[in-house]
Design a binder for this molecule. Structure first.
Ligand SMILES: Nc1ncnc2c1ncn2[C@@H]1O[C@H](COP(=O)(O)OP(=O)(O)O)[C@@H](O)[C@H]1O
Length: 295
């Protein structure tokens, strides 16, 4: 992970090195960034996974997946569930930005202005935050990753592609009226950090668009009085974030589509309906749930 981290930084700060990053990636130290033992050995016996691509030369690498998708689509929810199931870290750049905002460090005021307008923070800031996160993970012996919210610009995608092999990019999709409703319904428990959603979505199919039904994900009683809303989840800011997504992040979908790495996944409904279908699409089997269902 140190090698990846070093290379991400050098790629950003020295554009000329990008063309030569393939040399760096062929350095065994880089290849081995995610090649040590499963960090969550208790999970592996219960989780059978068919990797969607062949393993690397060492045959031991953990998954390196990316989640793309509009604000509110559920990247965090599904990335975090998969991370628990597979035993690789879920790294959400939105969380890194919010941690920085909460820290009241020198960057926080500038970042708050950007985030609360629904804009993207500059590439160099996000690269820096991600590099620090990878460094911390490396000291803890983390291997593999599920990235959520990164890359979001072509420049970020080029840097990532230059330093490591992303196995698969999962592009979650949902109709736009549902995205807006989900962002506005999002609530976070300020005590336990749990994510909930009070929106009850039941949109009829029309003009060729399928209908969709997503029941609310209500908090348990102990969280109900401690719910907060993200400062960027207002209607005006969500609409701007959706506009920015179409403008700057859609090209990232094309970037990975052209490389044969994009898996499109239309969410068919709420978590109970979508989760098993997503696992099937990813060739991941959740034996824990299967066994408890059979019991
Ligand atoms: N890769 C990135 N590049 C630039 N800005 C980012 C990136 N990831 C997160 N951010 C900033 O953090 C905010 C929150 O991100 P996130 O939690 O992923 O929200 P969303 O619900 O819009 O997907 C974004 O609106 C943006 O300002």
């Amino acid at each position: 992970m140190a090698a990846l981290n070093r290379v991400i930084r050098s790629a950003y700060y020295s554009p000329l090195t990008i063309r030569r990053l393939s040399d760096l990636v062929s350095d065994p130290a880089s290849i081995r960034i995610a090649s040590t033992a499963n960090p969550n050995p208790n999970k592996s016996p219960c989780t059978r996974m068919t990797p969607p691509v062949s393993r690397d030369a060492l045959g031991t690498r953990s998954v390196q997946w990316v989640f793309l998708g509009c604000p509110g689509v559920g990247k965090g929810t599904y990335a975090s569930r998969l991370s628990n199931l597979i035993g690789v870290p879920h790294i959400a750049t939105g969380d890194l930005v919010r941690d920085e905002l909460a820290s009241s460090g020198p960057l926080s005021k500038k970042l708050a202005e950007i985030v609360n307008k629904g804009q993207l923070v500059p590439d160099e800031v996000i690269i820096d935050l991600l590099s620090k996160r990878l460094e911390e993970g490396q000291t803890k012996g983390e291997t593999g990753f599920i990235l959520d919210g990164f890359p979001r610009t072509i420049r970020q995608a080029e840097i990532l592609e230059g330093v490591t092999d992303i196995d698969m990019v999962i592009n979650l999709k949902l109709r736009e009226d549902a995205l807006l409703a989900k962002c506005l319904g999002r609530r976070i428990c300020q005590q336990c950090g749990g994510n909930f959603n009070i929106a009850a979505i039941d949109f009829k199919g029309e003009d060729g668009r399928p209908g969709i039904c997503m029941p609310p994900l209500l908090p348990p009683p102990q969280c109900a009085s401690k719910l907060i809303t993200r400062s960027d989840d207002t209607e005006e800011v969500v609409k701007e974030r959706l506009r920015v997504y179409h403008d700057q992040c859609k090209p990232v979908e094309d970037f990975y589509r052209a490389r044969g790495k994009l898996l499109e996944f239309n969410l068919p409904g709420g978590i109970p309906e979508s989760w098993p279908k997503l696992l099937r699409a990813l060739h991941v089997e959740d034996l824990d749930n299967k066994q408890s269902a059979a019991a």
